[in-house]
Design a protein around this ligand. Structure first.
Ligand code: SF4
Length: 191
């Protein structure tokens, strides 16, 4: 069933101007990313737990790639999504906006790696609800942020200086002028 859902999302993303393909599992996703990185020198990443879970930083470093954090100018930028609607809209929320900025302009190539757990069968409200429920609380805990969601697991739409959800981007279509691909992985990755 999840394979059909991943394929449906790929078809929606293709209609929205992204390159897109399904990876049947983590190993296939890693192989696709490594092929993308074969001819590049520098690779950036958006602090993604998905990238971490796939061990991509280490694998890319072993291949002699220069790994950069939080920079706009790089050959290849890897990131995930906090949520993606089944009809193909990618939603990301940042504290600083650096990840979102790099996904819009700067890198030579942008590659999203999105696990099936990020797919919502609904609209933007459902996507944001997913992010507030499943992405922000564990990220706040991981980053040591003193926010209500870190303490309770529930978003309080806080005014905390530690708030991590300050900038939101909805990719209704692939932005003009960038080269971008989405790998939809038929596995749960990140949060
Ligand atoms: S607004 Fe505050 S409480 Fe809500 S998810 Fe963001 S950081 Fe957590």
């Amino acid at each position: 069933m999840s394979k059909e859902i991943c394929q449906k999302l790929v078809e929606a993303l293709l209609k929205r101007g992204f390159e897109a393909e399904v990876a049947a599992n983590e190993a296939e996703a890693v192989a696709i990313v490594m092929a993308e990185a074969a001819d590049v020198k520098s690779v950036g990443w958006g602090g993604s737990e998905t990238v971490k879970a796939l061990g991509l930083r280490e694998k890319l470093a072993e291949c002699g790639k220069e790994i950069r954090d939080h920079e706009l100018q790089m050959d290849l930028f890897l990131l995930s999504a906090n949520a993606v609607t089944l009809d193909g809209r990618i939603v990301n929320i940042d504290g600083r906006g650096n990840r979102i900025a790099a996904s819009i302009a700067g890198p030579g190539r942008v590659v999203y790696i999105i696990g099936r757990n990020k797919i919502v069968d609904g609209g933007l409200d459902d996507a944001i609800a997913r992010i507030k429920k499943y992405a922000c609380p564990p990220n706040c805990v991981r980053l040591g942020k003193k926010t209500p969601c870190a303490a309770t697991g529930i978003c309080a739409d806080c005014d905390s200086p530690d708030r991590i959800c300050k900038v939101m981007a909805v990719f209704d279509r692939k932005p003009t002028g960038i080269s971008a691909k989405v790998i939809v992985v038929d596995a749960d990755l990140g949060y």
